[in-house]
Design a protein around this ligand. Sequence first.
Ligand SMILES: Nc1ncnc2c1ncn2[C@@H]1O[C@H](COP(=O)(O)OP(=O)(O)OP(=O)(O)O)[C@@H](O)[C@H]1O
Ligand SMILES: [Mg+2]
Length: 630
Amino acid sequence: MQAEQRARPLWSRSIFLRYNIPAVQLTLFSKQRRESVLETLAICKRLVGMIWDMDKRLLTAAVLSALVPSIVPFVNAYIYKLVIDAIIAGLSDPAAINMQHLVMLLTTRVATYFVQDAAFSTQGYVERLLWTKFPIYLNKKLFGHIAELDIENFEDPAFRDRLEKVRDSWYRPQNLITGMLFALQSLVQFLIAFVAMLTLNWMLVLPIALIAIPEFLYRLYESQSAWSIWDWHSHRKKRYSYLSHMLQDAQSIKEMRIFRLAPLFVQQTTAVQEEFYEDNKSLSMRAYLFRLIFNGLSTVVFVGIEVYVIVLAFARRVTVGDISFYTQIVSNFQNGLGGLLRNMNDVFEASLYVKSFFEVMDAPAVMSSAQNATVLELTQSPSITFDHVSFRYPGMDHEVLNDFNLEISPREKVAFVGENGAGKTTIIKLLARFYDPTSGRILVNGTDLRELELDSWHRQLAILFQDFNRYEDTAKQNIYFGNVLRNMDMKDIEKAAVDAGANAMIDALEKGYDQMLGRMFESGEELSVGQWQKIALARAYYRNAPVLILDEPTAAIDAKAEAEIFTRVEELSKDKTVILISHRFSTVRMADRIIVINEGKLFEQGSHAELMRQKGVYAELFSLQAKGYQ
Ligand SMILES: Nc1ncnc2c1ncn2[C@@H]1O[C@H](COP(=O)(O)OP(=O)(O)OP(=O)(O)O)[C@@H](O)[C@H]1O
Ligand SMILES: [Mg+2]
């Protein structure tokens, strides 16, 4: 279907249909046009406001240095006219030559060149500063905001599309501002030329405007199309980023090699890029033809006006100097108008892309922005209550948790067991308030999580996630990241490492705690999966928070180390609430209470001994595992 559309001839309307560009874009005063103009203006205003906040002097300098080059050429052309007229007057009557006057004119002309050059240099310098400074400012704002956003956003494909767009259009804010500066420059140039041309014959304005306006409209249509293609392709580009990441990532390369996936992935990346190329090609072809026509027409008009001025000179209605002056004026008028329209159009185009920046920046951080939230301050580990909690992930059609009820007392050690996909990790995500329950409440010391200031709650949590992070940094930093609010304390870091069974392994590294881990940076040392997990566990311990949550903490850790780790967990978490998730029943045994979760419901609970006596699911699974070792 798509291939068929693309194969249509150049003038087909396929591009309208495919990208949903209303044909109405080609009309000058439609409601859509007005709205998109207003939107563009709002985006421009906001972006300029940001730059103004960042550096007022730099922005002012950029505007001023953009204005000078649009004024100087007129001064220059006028002086040149005066020089020619003086020379011609001198030719017919040598006595009329005023040398002093001529020298003054020529000196001023030289001076204007210096002014022009200085303005260009200043412009280059200022823009360079602006475009190295602004990304720092923008990124700080953008990343700062992204860091506050809810986890839900990052698990939402539509939001990921938006992020991808931002990543893909990092240079557009710069284009927008440059476009505005150039548009301003062209506007001034156009206005001066307009006034000068009126002094000659106002009707000359007409043929030029007659060409410029359709050209402007066509360009608007063209940029709208370019943007629509880009927009339409953005989810594919996400696919492209993903594929190219997989092709380059050290982690993924092993499996891809053995399964021979690389050729397939290369083929897919190429296909994505080629489609984009094909769509752009047909648009470029159209743009090429239109430009050829418009450029031809403007040359005709330009030459026509030139001839007109020469005729006027023969009729002695203007001087010979005027021929040079008006030729320059007409050229400036044309350049000014063309530049204005072109740059307005660039501004419009860039604003479509910059919009996605603001969309990301305006995405609300719902979870962290509760008003009048209670700041949680604990003197001892809290009680945690799940009160009729049901939950489904956004866009999902069934409940992951279904009327889940559980009360965890302060300092209690509970363990969750259950099949893959039962909802164990989801419970942790709800407890960390990455999501809110679809119905029901989660209470901490009797207060609903939604009423707590989220930061103050997170400070009470040390969580080792099932898919923990591996930081490409030193061993020491990897552990310190567990509690960056405190100054680094080597004694505590080492203690956490000892408790997590990571100390001996770190000591054995060439640079010990200062050893760079991972393979991304120079002199980094790669660890085994289990070694990484021990480091992550140490990080959770270092946090020393009243609630310790371990989601499959020893999945990759050998049996001996695991046994040692769990004897220590008991000692070091005497005053903490501990939630442990594990598929290994040997480790679950030590918990005060074992919770069996099945299809998002609390299925069984009790101590190991109680559950074994009950002879339910737990007893059955435990025996099954035990049998494997007999
Ligand atoms: N971000 C998500 N968006 C949508 N569905 C999800 C998401 N994360 C998990 N799920 C679904 O929720 C269900 C429960 O997942 P969860 O990760 O809580 O299981 P689990 O009990 O921790 O399993 P495991 O033992 O394998 O770790 C699964 O069916 C999964 O498909
Ligand atoms: Mg899980």
